[in-house]
Design a protein around this ligand. Structure first.
Ligand code: ATP
Ligand code: MG
Length: 289
C-alpha cells in the first residue's frame, strides 16, 4: 500500500498552525477541480453469515466544496452506512469513493486516520463525549491525537468552545450540561482541528427545538466560512436549512433536490417547529420521518 509522505512527519507537524484547511472557491468563480465527495456506484453489503444485508445499492453522489447537504430517509435506508463511508470509517464493498479527488482505496490505515483527523469533523446524535471529563478536555482530545501539546492545545480548545457559545461552561462535565450544551461541545470538538468537511449523523435528533436552532445556526456559520457540511436528519424543517436534500430508500438515492447554489449563503434560519419534535428518548414515529 502507498504511504503518503505526511505519515512520516512528526506528529506535531500534522496540525497546521497558520494555513486553514478550508478551501475557498477560486476568485474567478469557477468550481474547484475536484468535488470534495465523489461517490461512484458504491455498494455496501453486510455479510452476517446466513444473511447478507445490502445497505447501499449503487449510490453515486458528488458534493462540491461549500455545499450544505441534508440526507434524509426512513430508518434502515442506509444513511449512517453512507455517512460512515463518507467519513472513511468504513469502506465500500464495491464502487469507489474519492475524497478531494483521492481514492480511499489508495490510502493505508495511517493515511485514513490522518485524513479523518485533519479534514473531517464528526458530530453524532448521541454526542459521544467522554464522561466524567470536562468540556475543555473533551474538545482537546482530537488535538492530543494530532500530537499538539500544552498551551496551544488548550488555547485552540477554548476558542472552539467560545465559538459555540460554551465559553462559560468549559470546566463542566457532560453530565452537568443540557443536551443542547453537550451537542455544542461535540460540535466544538468536531471543529477544533479546523476540518473542511463536517459530517453530522442526526445532530439534532436528541435536542429540543431551541437547542436544534442553536446547533443549526452553528452549522450555517461553519458553512458560511466555506466548510462543506453534510447532515443526516429525519426532520423536514432541519432539512429545509440546507442547500440540497438527497433522500435514500432501501439503500438507493431516490431524490436529489437542490434549493440553493453551492456558494450561496445558507438559508436564513427558520424557527424550528416543535410540533413534530419528540421528547428525549421517545421512539420515532412515521410522522416524524
Ligand atoms: N454493522 C452492520 N452489520 C450488519 N448490518 C448492518 C450494519 N450496519 C447497518 N446494517 C444494516 O444496514 C441497513 C442500513 O442501516 P443504517 O444504519 O445505514 O440505516 P439508517 O438509515 O442510518 O437508519 P436510522 O435512521 O435508523 O439510523 C439496515 O438494514 C441495518 O440493519
Ligand atoms: Mg442511522
Amino acid at each position: 500500500m502507498r504511504r503518503s509522505p505526511r505519515s512520516r512527519e512528526t506528529p506535531q507537524a500534522r496540525v497546521p498552525r497558520s494555513q486553514p484547511l478550508v478551501r475557498r472557491a477560486p476568485a474567478d468563480g469557477r468550481a474547484p477541480r475536484h468535488p470534495v465527495i465523489d461517490v461512484r456506484a458504491v455498494t455496501k453489503v453486510f455479510d452476517l453469515g446466513q444473511i447478507r444485508v445490502r445497505a447501499l445499492r449503487n449510490v453515486s453522489l458528488r458534493v462540491e466544496t461549500g455545499d450544505l447537504l441534508a440526507i434524509m430517509g426512513s430508518s434502515g435506508s442506509g444513511k449512517s452506512t453512507l455517512m460512515n463511508i463518507l467519513g472513511c470509517l468504513d469502506l465500500p464493498t464495491s464502487g469507489r469513493y474519492l475524497i478531494d479527488g483521492v481514492d480511499v482505496r489508495d490510502m493505508d490505515e495511517d493515511d485514513l486516520a490522518d485524513l479523518r483527523n485533519r479534514k473531517i469533523g464528526f458530530v453524532f446524535q448521541s454526542f459521544n463525549l467522554v464522561p466524567r471529563t470536562s468540556a475543555l478536555v473533551n474538545v482537546e482530545l482530537p488535538l492530543a491525537y494530532a500530537g499538539l501539546r500544552g498551551a496551544a492545545r488548550r488555547g485552540r480548545a477554548e476558542r472552539a468552545l467560545r465559538s459555540v457559545g460554551m465559553g462559560n461552561r468549559m470546566n463542566h462535565q457532560p453530565s452537568e450540561l443540557s443536551g443542547g450544551q453537550q451537542q455544542r461541545v461535540a460540535v466544538a470538538r468536531a471543529l477544533v482541528t479546523n476540518p473542511s468537511l463536517i459530517l453530522a449523523d442526526e445532530p439534532t435528533g436528541n435536542l429540543d427545538s431551541h437547542s436544534t436552532e442553536e446547533v443549526l445556526r452553528i452549522f450555517a456559520h461553519l458553512n458560511e466560512e466555506g466548510r462543506t457540511v453534510v447532515l443526516i436528519t429525519h426532520e423536514p424543517d432541519v432539512a429545509e436549512q440546507s442547500k440540497r436534500v438527497i433522500r435514500l430508500s432501501d439503500g438507493e438515492v431516490v431524490e436529489d433536490r437542490r434549493t440553493l447554489g453551492v456558494l450561496d449563503a445558507p438559508p436564513p434560519l427558520q424557527r424550528q417547529k416543535s410540533a413534530h419534535r419528540r421528547p428525549l428518548g421517545a421512539p420515532v414515529t412515521e410522522a416524524q420521518r
